[in-house]
Design a binder for this molecule. Structure first.
Ligand code: BEZ
Length: 262
Protein backbone atom coordinates (compact mmCIF):
# COMPACT_ATOMS: atom_id res chain seq x y z
CA UNK A 1 0.00 0.00 0.00
CA UNK A 2 1.72 3.27 0.88
CA UNK A 3 5.07 1.61 0.41
CA UNK A 4 4.18 0.09 -2.93
CA UNK A 5 6.73 1.45 -5.35
CA UNK A 6 5.09 -0.30 -8.27
CA UNK A 7 3.04 1.45 -10.88
CA UNK A 8 0.06 -0.86 -11.20
CA UNK A 9 -1.20 -1.90 -14.60
CA UNK A 10 -4.78 -3.17 -14.15
CA UNK A 11 -4.93 -4.67 -17.70
CA UNK A 12 -1.79 -6.79 -17.21
CA UNK A 13 -3.04 -7.72 -13.74
CA UNK A 14 -6.46 -8.86 -14.95
CA UNK A 15 -5.16 -10.40 -18.14
CA UNK A 16 -2.18 -12.45 -16.95
CA UNK A 17 -2.23 -12.35 -13.14
CA UNK A 18 -5.85 -13.10 -12.34
CA UNK A 19 -4.55 -16.02 -10.23
CA UNK A 20 -4.09 -13.40 -7.48
CA UNK A 21 -7.83 -13.11 -6.95
CA UNK A 22 -8.71 -16.64 -8.12
CA UNK A 23 -6.70 -18.04 -5.21
CA UNK A 24 -8.26 -15.44 -2.94
CA UNK A 25 -11.75 -16.90 -3.48
CA UNK A 26 -10.74 -19.71 -1.18
CA UNK A 27 -10.04 -17.20 1.55
CA UNK A 28 -13.62 -15.91 1.39
CA UNK A 29 -14.71 -19.28 2.76
CA UNK A 30 -12.68 -18.56 5.88
CA UNK A 31 -14.09 -15.06 6.08
CA UNK A 32 -17.60 -16.52 5.93
CA UNK A 33 -19.37 -13.16 5.41
CA UNK A 34 -22.86 -12.77 6.86
CA UNK A 35 -25.81 -10.81 5.53
CA UNK A 36 -25.70 -8.35 8.44
CA UNK A 37 -21.97 -7.67 8.27
CA UNK A 38 -19.95 -4.69 7.15
CA UNK A 39 -16.60 -5.73 5.74
CA UNK A 40 -13.43 -3.97 4.66
CA UNK A 41 -11.36 -5.40 1.79
CA UNK A 42 -7.88 -4.05 2.48
CA UNK A 43 -5.84 -3.88 -0.72
CA UNK A 44 -8.79 -4.65 -2.94
CA UNK A 45 -6.92 -4.30 -6.26
CA UNK A 46 -9.37 -4.26 -9.17
CA UNK A 47 -12.27 -5.28 -6.90
CA UNK A 48 -13.05 -8.88 -7.95
CA UNK A 49 -12.98 -10.29 -4.43
CA UNK A 50 -14.70 -7.23 -2.96
CA UNK A 51 -17.57 -7.96 -5.33
CA UNK A 52 -17.77 -11.62 -4.24
CA UNK A 53 -17.69 -10.68 -0.56
CA UNK A 54 -20.31 -8.01 -1.10
CA UNK A 55 -22.70 -10.58 -2.59
CA UNK A 56 -22.69 -12.32 0.81
CA UNK A 57 -22.44 -9.33 3.16
CA UNK A 58 -24.50 -6.26 4.00
CA UNK A 59 -21.87 -3.80 2.86
CA UNK A 60 -18.29 -4.06 1.66
CA UNK A 61 -15.81 -1.25 1.16
CA UNK A 62 -12.63 -1.76 -0.84
CA UNK A 63 -9.51 0.32 -0.31
CA UNK A 64 -6.29 0.25 -2.24
CA UNK A 65 -3.27 2.49 -2.47
CA UNK A 66 -3.33 2.45 -6.27
CA UNK A 67 -5.52 5.04 -7.99
CA UNK A 68 -5.34 2.97 -11.20
CA UNK A 69 -6.71 -0.11 -9.46
CA UNK A 70 -9.45 1.86 -7.70
CA UNK A 71 -10.50 3.46 -11.00
CA UNK A 72 -10.70 0.00 -12.62
CA UNK A 73 -12.68 -1.38 -9.65
CA UNK A 74 -15.18 1.51 -9.69
CA UNK A 75 -15.72 1.12 -13.41
CA UNK A 76 -16.46 -2.60 -13.17
CA UNK A 77 -18.38 -2.72 -9.89
CA UNK A 78 -20.15 0.59 -9.73
CA UNK A 79 -22.48 -0.27 -6.83
CA UNK A 80 -19.60 -0.84 -4.39
CA UNK A 81 -17.70 1.84 -2.53
CA UNK A 82 -14.00 1.87 -3.44
CA UNK A 83 -11.53 4.36 -2.01
CA UNK A 84 -7.85 5.11 -2.39
CA UNK A 85 -6.36 4.38 1.02
CA UNK A 86 -3.23 3.41 2.85
CA UNK A 87 -3.00 0.14 4.84
CA UNK A 88 -0.63 1.83 7.29
CA UNK A 89 -2.90 4.77 7.90
CA UNK A 90 -6.66 4.39 7.55
CA UNK A 91 -9.57 5.43 9.73
CA UNK A 92 -13.29 4.90 9.20
CA UNK A 93 -16.02 6.49 11.33
CA UNK A 94 -17.79 3.17 11.77
CA UNK A 95 -15.90 0.02 12.79
CA UNK A 96 -16.12 -3.14 10.67
CA UNK A 97 -17.34 -6.64 11.54
CA UNK A 98 -14.43 -8.14 9.58
CA UNK A 99 -11.36 -7.08 7.65
CA UNK A 100 -10.22 -9.17 4.71
CA UNK A 101 -6.92 -8.86 2.89
CA UNK A 102 -5.56 -10.99 0.07
CA UNK A 103 -2.08 -10.64 -1.46
CA UNK A 104 -1.47 -7.14 -0.15
CA UNK A 105 0.21 -7.07 3.24
CA UNK A 106 3.62 -8.11 1.91
CA UNK A 107 3.75 -4.62 0.34
CA UNK A 108 3.28 -3.00 3.75
CA UNK A 109 6.71 -2.61 5.29
CA UNK A 110 5.43 -0.87 8.41
CA UNK A 111 3.36 -3.87 9.38
CA UNK A 112 2.97 -2.76 13.00
CA UNK A 113 1.09 0.35 11.90
CA UNK A 114 -1.11 -1.73 9.59
CA UNK A 115 -1.92 -4.11 12.46
CA UNK A 116 -2.80 -1.15 14.70
CA UNK A 117 -5.09 0.29 12.01
CA UNK A 118 -6.84 -3.06 11.52
CA UNK A 119 -7.35 -3.34 15.29
CA UNK A 120 -8.74 0.18 15.65
CA UNK A 121 -11.12 -0.14 12.70
CA UNK A 122 -12.60 -3.44 13.90
CA UNK A 123 -15.46 -4.04 16.34
CA UNK A 124 -14.75 -6.04 19.49
CA UNK A 125 -15.01 -9.73 18.52
CA UNK A 126 -14.49 -8.68 14.89
CA UNK A 127 -12.34 -10.88 12.71
CA UNK A 128 -9.38 -10.39 10.38
CA UNK A 129 -8.75 -12.90 7.60
CA UNK A 130 -5.42 -12.32 5.87
CA UNK A 131 -3.29 -14.01 3.28
CA UNK A 132 -0.03 -12.73 1.84
CA UNK A 133 3.55 -13.69 1.05
CA UNK A 134 5.30 -15.46 3.93
CA UNK A 135 8.94 -16.11 4.77
CA UNK A 136 10.88 -17.33 1.72
CA UNK A 137 8.21 -16.17 -0.76
CA UNK A 138 9.41 -15.93 -4.40
CA UNK A 139 12.96 -16.39 -3.16
CA UNK A 140 14.07 -18.39 -6.21
CA UNK A 141 12.97 -15.65 -8.62
CA UNK A 142 14.26 -12.77 -6.52
CA UNK A 143 17.65 -14.38 -5.83
CA UNK A 144 18.21 -14.89 -9.54
CA UNK A 145 17.01 -11.39 -10.40
CA UNK A 146 19.37 -9.88 -7.82
CA UNK A 147 22.22 -12.05 -9.09
CA UNK A 148 21.69 -10.88 -12.68
CA UNK A 149 21.56 -7.23 -11.55
CA UNK A 150 24.75 -7.64 -9.49
CA UNK A 151 26.53 -9.33 -12.38
CA UNK A 152 25.98 -6.20 -14.49
CA UNK A 153 27.15 -3.88 -11.73
CA UNK A 154 23.72 -2.77 -10.46
CA UNK A 155 24.66 -3.25 -6.81
CA UNK A 156 22.23 -0.72 -5.33
CA UNK A 157 19.26 -2.23 -7.18
CA UNK A 158 20.30 -5.73 -6.16
CA UNK A 159 20.05 -4.74 -2.49
CA UNK A 160 16.46 -3.53 -2.74
CA UNK A 161 14.12 -5.02 -0.22
CA UNK A 162 10.66 -4.37 -1.63
CA UNK A 163 8.51 -6.69 0.45
CA UNK A 164 7.79 -7.92 3.95
CA UNK A 165 7.57 -11.71 4.07
CA UNK A 166 7.31 -12.65 7.76
CA UNK A 167 7.21 -15.97 9.53
CA UNK A 168 3.95 -16.85 11.29
CA UNK A 169 5.78 -16.55 14.60
CA UNK A 170 6.72 -12.95 13.94
CA UNK A 171 3.35 -11.89 12.55
CA UNK A 172 1.28 -13.70 15.19
CA UNK A 173 3.36 -12.14 17.95
CA UNK A 174 2.80 -8.67 16.49
CA UNK A 175 -0.96 -9.32 16.30
CA UNK A 176 -1.10 -10.62 19.88
CA UNK A 177 0.82 -7.64 21.17
CA UNK A 178 -2.02 -5.25 20.21
CA UNK A 179 -4.82 -7.51 21.49
CA UNK A 180 -5.70 -9.95 18.72
CA UNK A 181 -6.29 -13.62 19.52
CA UNK A 182 -4.80 -15.64 16.68
CA UNK A 183 -7.11 -18.55 15.85
CA UNK A 184 -5.24 -19.81 12.82
CA UNK A 185 -1.74 -19.22 11.45
CA UNK A 186 -0.41 -21.21 8.53
CA UNK A 187 2.69 -20.96 6.38
CA UNK A 188 2.48 -23.10 3.28
CA UNK A 189 4.04 -23.60 -0.15
CA UNK A 190 1.79 -22.66 -3.02
CA UNK A 191 3.67 -23.05 -6.31
CA UNK A 192 1.68 -20.73 -8.54
CA UNK A 193 1.23 -21.38 -12.23
CA UNK A 194 1.92 -18.33 -14.37
CA UNK A 195 -0.39 -17.88 -17.28
CA UNK A 196 1.96 -17.33 -20.20
CA UNK A 197 3.89 -20.39 -21.35
CA UNK A 198 6.45 -18.31 -23.24
CA UNK A 199 7.07 -15.43 -20.88
CA UNK A 200 5.71 -16.50 -17.47
CA UNK A 201 8.64 -15.39 -15.31
CA UNK A 202 9.33 -12.32 -17.45
CA UNK A 203 5.70 -11.21 -17.13
CA UNK A 204 5.77 -11.78 -13.38
CA UNK A 205 8.83 -9.53 -13.10
CA UNK A 206 7.20 -6.87 -15.30
CA UNK A 207 4.04 -6.90 -13.19
CA UNK A 208 5.49 -7.05 -9.69
CA UNK A 209 9.22 -6.38 -9.67
CA UNK A 210 9.79 -3.60 -12.19
CA UNK A 211 11.08 -1.36 -9.37
CA UNK A 212 14.35 -3.30 -9.38
CA UNK A 213 15.07 -1.67 -12.75
CA UNK A 214 15.07 1.94 -11.57
CA UNK A 215 18.11 3.59 -13.23
CA UNK A 216 19.00 0.40 -15.09
CA UNK A 217 20.07 0.93 -18.69
CA UNK A 218 16.99 0.03 -20.81
CA UNK A 219 19.21 -2.24 -22.94
CA UNK A 220 19.87 -4.35 -19.86
CA UNK A 221 16.27 -4.63 -18.67
CA UNK A 222 15.04 -7.05 -21.32
CA UNK A 223 18.37 -8.86 -21.22
CA UNK A 224 18.08 -9.41 -17.46
CA UNK A 225 14.45 -10.58 -17.68
CA UNK A 226 15.44 -13.09 -20.39
CA UNK A 227 18.41 -14.28 -18.38
CA UNK A 228 16.40 -14.75 -15.18
CA UNK A 229 13.75 -16.77 -17.00
CA UNK A 230 16.37 -18.87 -18.79
CA UNK A 231 18.28 -19.62 -15.58
CA UNK A 232 15.11 -20.62 -13.75
CA UNK A 233 14.07 -23.23 -16.29
CA UNK A 234 15.22 -26.14 -14.20
CA UNK A 235 13.42 -25.03 -11.06
CA UNK A 236 10.38 -23.21 -12.36
CA UNK A 237 9.45 -24.77 -15.73
CA UNK A 238 7.46 -27.92 -15.09
CA UNK A 239 5.87 -29.84 -17.96
CA UNK A 240 6.01 -26.73 -20.15
CA UNK A 241 4.39 -24.45 -17.55
CA UNK A 242 6.02 -21.72 -15.49
CA UNK A 243 5.57 -21.67 -11.74
CA UNK A 244 6.47 -19.00 -9.19
CA UNK A 245 7.65 -20.28 -5.81
CA UNK A 246 4.95 -18.65 -3.69
CA UNK A 247 4.87 -19.27 0.05
CA UNK A 248 1.79 -17.96 1.78
CA UNK A 249 1.00 -16.88 5.27
CA UNK A 250 -2.65 -17.27 6.25
CA UNK A 251 -4.06 -15.78 9.43
CA UNK A 252 -7.43 -15.64 11.15
CA UNK A 253 -7.59 -13.58 14.34
CA UNK A 254 -10.22 -11.97 16.56
CA UNK A 255 -10.12 -8.60 18.29
CA UNK A 256 -10.41 -9.52 21.93
CA UNK A 257 -12.43 -7.56 24.42
CA UNK A 258 -10.09 -5.58 26.67
CA UNK A 259 -10.79 -6.56 30.28
CA UNK A 260 -10.42 -3.89 32.99
CA UNK A 261 -8.15 -5.93 35.25
CA UNK A 262 -5.66 -6.89 32.52
C1 BEZ B 1 2.83 -12.35 -3.75
O1 BEZ B 1 1.61 -12.32 -3.94
O2 BEZ B 1 3.34 -13.20 -3.06
C2 BEZ B 1 3.70 -11.31 -4.34
C3 BEZ B 1 3.22 -10.49 -5.31
C4 BEZ B 1 4.03 -9.52 -5.81
C5 BEZ B 1 5.31 -9.37 -5.38
C6 BEZ B 1 5.79 -10.20 -4.42
C7 BEZ B 1 4.98 -11.18 -3.90
Amino acid sequence: MSTQPTEWKPELYNDKHSFVYTYGENLILLLDPKKNERILDLGCGSGQLTFKINELAKETIGIDQSQEMIDAAKLKFNKIEFLVGDAEDFKFNEQFDSIFSNATLHWVKNYKRAIKCMFENLKVNGKIVLEFGGKGNVQTIVNQLKGSLRYRGYHEQSKLDLWYFPSIGEYSTALESVGFRVLLAEHYDRPTELSDEKSGIKDWISMFAESFFRNVNPVHIEEIKNEVQEKLKEECLINGKWFADYKRIRIVAIKEKVLNNQ
